[in-house]
Ligand binder design. Structure first.
Ligand SMILES: C[S@@+](CC[C@H](N)C(=O)[O-])C[C@H]1O[C@@H](n2cnc3c(N)ncnc32)[C@H](O)[C@@H]1O
Length: 323
């Protein structure tokens, strides 16, 4: 049986680069495994099936609906598995005391799942009409309603520009502010119609996707979570522990690439310093310099895989400075 034939493939959420991700963890050094984005548990199931030396598997997700699905799917692994509701940015608080330095593998498969996008009432998709929410964690935080109706025009421009690389952020922000002046924008249908008036027909779908991505990233503070989650992850890895991150847009991938390279380099002295004065040692090695990408065959089967980038860092043995 191949990884793709394993039970659950063809579920609502098709796990991206499953085979490649499992392969990354073949050299798992033992101990605890942490899936920081367990979702529908597709990766989790394949990893647990493939790697017997996982003593304890923690699956974190900030979405309770996803955890309910993961619970069903991972039931057969019994008490090797524990699921935790929370944000991986606080994994130091979510994992049991004493886990630091004992985690042999961490997976972060970023962004939203197809299930979240497909659940109309979650308000993630411009293809449906639903209350505009977009929170992955529905038990806390601001929703897209607040971003769209309460941010100033300047703040909206920043969100659209930074998180969506939207083409005409000023015109779109102005249109949102004008429309919400009539009455608050409560649903995705009205939001999409409002912004669509400022987008040429031929680029509409692409731009709408970018605008929704921008609002979603802001609502869930996705890049802030990633930044903190990466730091906590490398602190918790054991020597030879493996960190794998699957990202889906260039903002995420750039952040991961930059941080991995900084860790692998260590020293932060200016290049013209004759000798190192900072004393910061490399803390990881990078088994491959470039990100791994999905095969064309996978992209043909699952369009969502198109933008996926898989990067891996392996914690070095010995002391390191975590700064
Ligand atoms: C792409 S899906 C993961 C799919 C999963 N790997 C699978 O194979 O089924 C991403 C999941 O991560 C969760 N998520 C995203 N950011 C998170 C964060 N900062 N902390 C915890 N969960 C997060 C989302 O709620 C979603 O369920």
């Amino acid at each position: 049986m191949t990884v793709d034939d394993m039970p659950g493939h063809g579920n609502d959420h098709k796990s991206v680069m499953r085979r490649e991700t499992v392969d990354v963890f073949r050299e798992f050094p033992g101990g605890i495994f942490l899936d920081g984005t367990v979702g529908a548990a597709g990766h989790a199931e394949s990893i647990l099936d493939a790697i017997d030396s996982i003593r304890r598997f923690y699956g974190i997700d900030q979405d309770e609906e996803a955890l309910a699905i993961a619970l069903e799917r991972l039931r057969r692994f019994g008490d090797r598995v524990e699921l935790i509701h929370g944000n991986f940015r606080s994994l130091d608080k979510l994992l049991p005391a004493g886990s630091g330095g004992r985690v042999g593998g961490i997976l972060l498969d970023l962004g939203v799942s197809s299930m979240q996008l497909d659940r109309v009432e979650r308000g993630f998709s411009f293809r449906n009409d639903a209350p505009i929410d977009m929170r992955m964690n529905r038990t806390s935080g601001k929703s897209a309603y607040e971003v769209i109706n309460e941010y100033t025009e300047e703040e909206l421009v920043r969100v659209l520009r930074e998180w969506g690389e939207v083409r005409s952020p000023k015109a779109i922000a102005r249109a949102i502010v004008r429309e919400r002046g009539v009455e608050p924008i409560r649903d995705t249908g009205r939001f999409s119609r409002t912004v669509s008036r400022r987008i040429p027909e031929r680029t509409r779908t692409k731009e709408l996707a970018r605008i929704y991505q921008a609002v979603r990233i802001e609502v869930n503070d996705e890049l802030g979570s990633l930044r903190e989650g990466l730091e906590r992850s490398v602190e918790f890895l054991s020597p030879r522990g493996i960190l794998a991150v699957l990202s889906y847009h260039s903002l995420e991938d750039r952040l991961v690439k930059t941080r991995f390279r900084e860790w692998a380099k260590g020293c932060i002295c200016p290049p013209d310093m004759p000798v190192c004065g900072c004393g910061i040692l490399p803390s990881v090695s990078l088994p491959f310099r470039k990100a791994k990408m999905p095969t064309q065959d996978e992209i043909d089967r699952n369009g969502r895989a198109r933008s996926a980038r898989l990067r891996v860092a392996i914690r070095l043995e010995g002391e390191r400075d975590p700064s």
